[in-house]
Each structure stands twice: as C-alpha cells, then as structure tokens.
Design a protein around this ligand. Structure first.
Ligand SMILES: Cc1cc2nc3c(=O)[nH]c(=O)nc-3n(C[C@H](O)[C@H](O)[C@H](O)COP(=O)(O)OP(=O)(O)OC[C@H]3O[C@@H](n4cnc5c(N)ncnc54)[C@H](O)[C@@H]3O)c2cc1C
Length: 396
C-alpha cells in the first residue's frame, strides 16, 4: 500500500531530461515524484533560456535517428500543452570544405534520407545576406532546423506531469541516496522518500552524485557563454529571415560555433561550442567575461558583420556537462538495474529531451528501450579515468 512518501519512480532533477522523464512516467500511469534542488524553471543549470537548436543535420546517423523520433514527440507535446514550443527557422551548416564534421554531416543526412541543399558561397550570401562566407566554403541548408523554447519546454513537461498525477517538489536538494536491492531511499534535508526505481538526471551535478553510487564517469561541467547581440535592423535577425547555424570552423578558429535568430527580442545568439571547466557547478559566475563577448564579436566580424558592433543584450551563462566523446550517458547503473542514469548534454541534448525522457521512462519501467542508445553506455570509458580531465573542446 503506497504512502504519500512512496512512489513507483523518483526522478532527480527537473531540467530538460528529468522533467520529460517525469512527464512520460506519469503519462504511463506511474506514481512519480520529481525532486528539484532549485525552483522549477530556474536559470542555474543547462536547460534555461528562450532557444535551443533542433536539427537533423548531424554528423552521425544515430543522432539523426533520434531527431526523427523527437520531432513528432515535440509536436504531440505542443498539442497536449496547447502551446507553441518549436519555431522552424531553417539551418545552415558551414565551414571550410575539408572540415571533417561538415563532410560527415552531409554524408549522414544523405544516408538517413534527410533532404538538404548544398549551396555555393555566392548562393548562400544572396539568400542570407546577413552572412559572409569565404568563396570556397561548403554550405548545407536543411529547412526543418528550428528552435525549441527551452524554459517553456521544461515548464510544459512539469505542468503536464502534474496533470497526469506526478508529485513535484522543488527547492529540495537531494542530499543522500540509499540503494537497496529492490528499492531506493531518497533523502532531502527535511524528508525521505522511497521508490522501486530511480532516475538520476541531475545535469552538471550528476558526476558527483554518480560517484556516491560507485559510478565514476568522466563528466566535465563547463561554464559556457552564448552572447546576444542587438543589431539596429533587428528584423533581419528574426526567425524567417535569419537561420540557425552551426559553424564547422575548428581548423580556422580552434572552435566550433553556432547561432540562433532573435527568439524574443533579446538579440541574435552567437556562441562558441565550449567553455571554461568548473569544479563546482553551484559556484558559477553568470556575468559574461569580456573575452567571451570579444570572441563572439570576432566571429561576427568575419561572418555576420551586421551584428559585430551591436550592443549586447541580457546575457547569462549556462552549463554544459561534457563527456570526452561528446556522446550522452543514458543507461542503467551497471550495478543497480533499478537505477537509471542520464547525462544528456555535451551541449547538444535539448532537442532530444522529450524523447530522452521517454527513453528514461522505458528504462525505468522495462529496463529496455526500442531506441538505439548503444552510443550512450555508462561503461564505455572503462574503469580508469580522471573525472576532472581537461575539457576536450575549445577553452576560452
Ligand atoms: C548555452 C547552452 C546552449 C545549448 N544549446 C543547445 C542547442 O542549441 N540544442 C540542443 O539540443 N542542446 C543545447 N544545449 C544542451 C542542452 O541544453 C542540455 O543538453 C540539456 O539542457 C541538459 O538537461 P539536463 O536535464 O541533463 O540538465 P539540467 O538542465 O542541468 O538539469 C539538471 C537538474 O538537476 C537539478 N539537480 C542537481 N542536483 C540536484 C540534487 N542534488 N537534488 C535535486 N535536484 C538536483 C538541477 O538543479 C537541474 O535543474 C545547450 C546548453 C547550453 C548550456
């Protein structure tokens, strides 16, 4: 007989992944508790803000398969939430023609049956006059690329989870876990809860939490800083005129970049895929560093000149949790098959979050999912590694 502190599944962390997992579990009739250390919808993790890119344009067919599954799930969520969460913008992938990730993106889209256009630099500049490309660059355009309204997606998952019966408790950090052979106990500072299954989706805090369960993974939190520029001719940077982009520019600038149109008046987003390693994700300086703004300006000067000298709008840092191979962790705990572990970040997980929530629910309920998650094994790094490794992506 269930008591108010007893659940089928407890989900830790109400970011993109945990909120989606709680929604799918509750929708499937499970008694779910979602616990969050901060307020629901907070801006101190990885899932806040107005926009995240969703795209098919990946350099690996496994991610394209996930995108194929994720798009319709977002559309179903929009229906149920009665809220627009996706905005189609079209997307550019561009860079020098010998950039491996760019070449592989075209190959993977072709192999996966995703339609896209290959544009010359002249054609792309004519169609998107905000951009400048060297003459010999390779430019791919995929029309279904778009933006997800990040914070509103989290809020929609939480709201609908509650409507399906989930209990949601925020401002309650989990401070201790007791794993028994067939159940778990979860302790906050004031309360304890029990459940048959546990889903851990605690973002940048997951590495330390996994260690308490003898699971040592090379997860590296990075403080990352997108910059929002506010050019005078703002209409040119709205969805419909300005596409999302991925700049495959590792060989040129030692980093990859990305950007999104102005989602809601805060500016066009110009960002570097990378950041500064942080030891404690609770102790981050959220104010932009001058050199980060300058780095985004330097990129804009070369490729989006109309934004380069524009004032900077409200800009708030965010956290990536990187793995060395930039693939996610989505798996059962190797020693506890009733504990599901997730770290679906490396800076590109949001687009899949409603799908990953469903996969986490599959794993919690059935210890199995029909989706191919073989890239995301929790044991792929072996036993010996340093958690506080240097980041393998651009550091500025
Ligand atoms: C600047 C930036 C840009 C990005 N751009 C894109 C993009 O364009 N496209 C894309 O697909 N992805 C993008 N990503 C990645 C994507 O946002 C992440 O993959 C995703 O948000 C990760 O969600 P999460 O739920 O794993 O982590 P989080 O959002 O951090 O959620 C974890 C939650 O767990 C909570 N928690 C931690 N410890 C405890 C505890 N002890 N007790 C209770 N609660 C706890 C935290 O407070 C937090 O709310 C971007 C990320 C950033 C930072």
């Amino acid at each position: 007989m269930a008591t108010s502190n007893s659940f089928d599944v407890i989900v830790l962390g109400a970011g993109a992944m945990g909120s989606a997992a709680a929604y799918h579990l509750a929708q499937r009739g499970k008694r779910v508790l979602l616990l969050e250390q901060f307020a629901i919808g907070h801006d101190r993790g990885s899932s806040h803000g107005s926009s995240r890119i969703i795209r098919y344009s990946y350099n690996h067919p496994a991610y394209i398969a996930l995108s194929k599954a994720a798009y319709p799930m977002w559309f179903a969520l929009e229906q149920e939430a009665d809220e627009k969460l996706y905005t189609r913008t079209g997307g550019l992938d561009f860079g020098p023609p010998d950039e491996e990730s760019l070449i592989d993106t075209g190959i993977a889209m072709t192999a996966s049956g995703i339609e896209y256009e290959t544009l010359s630099s002249a054609e792309a500049s004519k169609r998107f006059p905000q951009f400048r490309f060297p003459d010999d660059w390779l430019i791919l355009y995929q029309e279904e690329t778009g933006m997800m309204a990040a914070t509103r997606c989290v809020l929609a998952h939480v709201r609908l989870a509650k409507q399906h019966g989930a209990a949601v408790i925020d401002n309650s950090p989990v401070v201790n876990l007791t794993i028994r052979s067939d159940s778990v106990e979860v302790h906050t500072r004031t309360d304890s809860y029990t459940s048959a299954k546990l889903v851990i989706a605690t973002g940048a805090w997951a590495g330390a939490m996994f260690e308490t369960l003898d699971l040592n993974l090379p997860l590296m939190p990075l403080r990352t800083q997108p910059v929002f520029f506010q050019p005078e001719n703002s209409a040119d940077y709205q969805p419909g005129r300005f596409p999302c982009y991925i700049a495959h520019t590792f060989s040129q600038y030692a980093h990859m970049g990305y950007g999104l149109p102005d989602a809601d008046g805060i500016g066009v987003k110009i960002a570097t895929h990378g950041g500064r390693a942080v030891n404690d994700p609770s102790q981050i300086n959220y104010t932009p560093y001058d050199e980060e703004v300058e780095m985004a300006r330097a990129f804009a000067r070369k490729h989006i000149p109309g934004a380069a000298d524009a004032p900077v709008g409200d800009t708030h840092a965010c956290i990536y949790t990187m793995t060395p191979d930039e693939h996610f962790i989505i798996d059962l705990h190797p020693a506890y098959s009733h504990v599901v572990v997730s770290s679906a970040c490396s800076g590109h997980g949001f687009k899949f979050s409603t799908l990953i929530g469903s996969i986490l629910a599959d794993l919690a309920i059935n210890a199995h999912t029909e989706h191919d998650i073989s890239l995301f094994s929790a044991t792929r790094f072996g036993e010996s590694h340093e958690r506080d490794m240097p980041p393998l992506v651009a550091v500025y």
